[in-house]
Ligand binder design. Structure first.
Ligand code: 0X9
Ligand code: ZN
Length: 509
């Protein structure tokens, strides 16, 4: 693995031709990290591109990493397992001491569901190209008549769509595991899980993941046989929103091969169908990758693509919140940016969740800044910081469902232009004077603010502006909740989750 510096497009083109694989997130003139055969180094010199060798022998590097993991496992084998914790189905911190195989990951999740069936359940969501079962684990507070689990707002998170990103399944398993165990001990987690559910798919590409453990450590794609001697589709270029554009390849051998059609791959289909199955309940999505510590929000499908307002600001604000929470948990810095500013890549998951389903969606690039094989000691801090950040997103997403607004039918709009908003019982106290209807005629331009009136206790109304027949009227509600000080029972450390202004302000679209 080498770091090169190019100064022209011609140099960059030659370098990309010489490289076996590009590891850098950002591909452009300047600094690039790439994998190449040792005997190609001379060609770099020949075209005048200076380089530093970062990893001399990738196989030896992967072997050393494997030896580290073996040592941890040997230590593990000599220790008596903490059976009482595992049997209780609570979070087992020792499991996060090293990377885990596909089987170990399924067993860990199955055990969570087995031990706490009222909180966690496993479902088969489809089969991979090689015919392996793919599974999800759904976590929520016990089903009740007043709040059936299937009607609760749902957050859908998945990881390991890219096979070599080993810290990703560890992180989503950490989130699943802590949610289950904290339900008993943390008031806020219990409140969130009683009002929302979380669907986790830890391994979105099981064939590829297995392949990285058995054959090629740095394999990225699925394992489809493309029929021409090349294998694999990049599952993160196979989603159906603006599929086929820049940053994805039509070449079967490319590491960003997009497949033959949107959703051509069984793995992408399985993930899509989980999302569609959640229907209106789906409120947010996160796709976990590694590496480089970034929080990415859509769009990312083409250079210069504009994410419409007010969504762009809201996605940016929540991304900032995620990054802040991570930083205040462990001190790790994740940069929040729009995904296109990393590089354009058409057919990724977040563009589909946002563009097609109109849901809040993020792609998080986990630890570290320079490796698909961070030392196993990075797993727990990565889990902790992302668990805390996930709770923030969950709180934010569930909050959207603290308000009820039934859009008016066209017929009603003809001579009635009143819109109503009812806070649910679990909403925070509202600052009445902050209630505003933001509205505009048409689909572009600025929104203007109209104050809302109190129709009866807890029912707020406002009148939409008058338009011409056929005009489209867009609107959303804006209000401030009075929180923070009013909940003195919160533990000091947890206040981070409720103290950001974004959390005190809710937009309901
Ligand atoms: O390229 C990807 O799929 C993601 N990075 S990774 O190194 N894990 O492969 C980032 C996708 C972000 N989306 C866009 N830039 N559109
Ligand atoms: Zn990835």
């Amino acid at each position: 693995m080498v770091r090169v510096r190019t100064t022209s497009q011609a140099q960059l083109d030659s370098v990309l031709e010489i490289a076996a694989d590009v590891w850098s997130e950002r591909i452009g003139i300047g600094v690039l990290e790439l994998q190449l055969d040792r005997d190609q180094l001379g060609r770099l010199s020949a075209i005048g591109v200076p380089y530093d060798i970062l990893i001399e022998d990738l196989q030896a590097h992967a072997d050393a990493h494997a030896a580290d993991m073996r040592a941890i496992r040997q230590r593990e084998a000599t220790q008596t397992p903490d059976e009482s914790r595992r049997v209780a189905g609570v979070h087992d911190d020792s499991w996060f001491a090293t990377y885990r195989t596909l089987d170990e990951i399924s067993q860990y999740c199955e055990n969570l569901a087995l031990q706490r069936p009222e909180l966690a359940s496993i479902s088969t969501i489809g089969q991979s190209w090689e015919g392996r079962d793919m599974f999800s684990i759904t976590i929520s507070g016990p089903d009740t008549v007043a709040s059936p689990v299937n009607e609760r707002p749902a957050l859908f998170i998945f990881s390991t769509v890219h096979a070599r990103e080993w810290i990703a399944p560890m992180t989503t398993c950490y989130i699943a595991s802590k949610l289950v165990s904290d339900y008993d001990t943390d008031d806020q987690v219990r409140m969130l899980l009683d009002h929302a559910r979380v669907v986790v798919v830890p391994v979105g590409n099981p064939d590829g993941y297995l392949y990285t453990w058995s054959v090629e450590r740095y394999w990225r794609k699925s394992r489809r046989d493309n029929g021409d001697g090349n294998f694999g589709v990049d599952i993160n270029r196979n989603w159906g929103y603006e599929w086929g554009g820049s940053g994805s390849s039509g070449q079967t051998g490319s590491n960003t091969y997009r497949g033959t059609a949107p959703f051509s791959e069984p793995e992408t289909q399985a993930l899509r169908d989980v999302a569609l199955g959640l229907g209106q309940s789906l409120v947010a999505h996160i796709d976990y990758h590694s590496y480089s510590q970034l929080v990415l929000w859509p769009y990312g499908y083409a250079d210069g693509v504009i994410t419409p307002e007010p969504y762009a600001s809201e996605l940016q604000a929540v991304s900032g919140c995620i990054a802040d929470t991570i930083f205040s948990t462990t001190g790790a810095y994740y940069n929040p940016i729009q995904s296109v500013d990393l590089y354009p890549a058409a057919g990724d998951s977040s563009d589909w969740f946002f563009g097609e389903l109109a849901r809040m969606s993020f792609t998080i690039e986990l630890r570290t800044r320079n490796s698909f094989s961070p030392p196993p000691s990075e797993i727990r801090p990565c889990g902790r910081e992302n668990y805390e950040a996930f709770l923030v997103v969950m709180d934010k997403a569930a909050r959207h469902h603290r308000y009820l607004h039934q859009p008016m039918q066209q017929r009603e709009l003809f001579d009635e232009r009143w819109v109503r908003l009812h806070p649910f019982a679990n909403a925070e106290v509202i600052d009445d004077s902050s209630l505003t209807l933001m509205t505009r005629i048409g689909t572009s331009g600025t929104f203007s603010a109209l104050p809302m009136s109190i129709e009866s206790p807890n029912v707020f109304t406002a009148e939409l502006p008058e338009g011409m027949c056929g005009d489209q009227v867009q609107y959303y509600f804006r209000l401030s909740e009075v929180t923070g000080q009013s909940r003195p029972s919160q533990k000091q450390g947890k206040l981070i989750r409720t103290s950001r202004s974004i959390q005190r302000e809710a937009h309901i679209h």
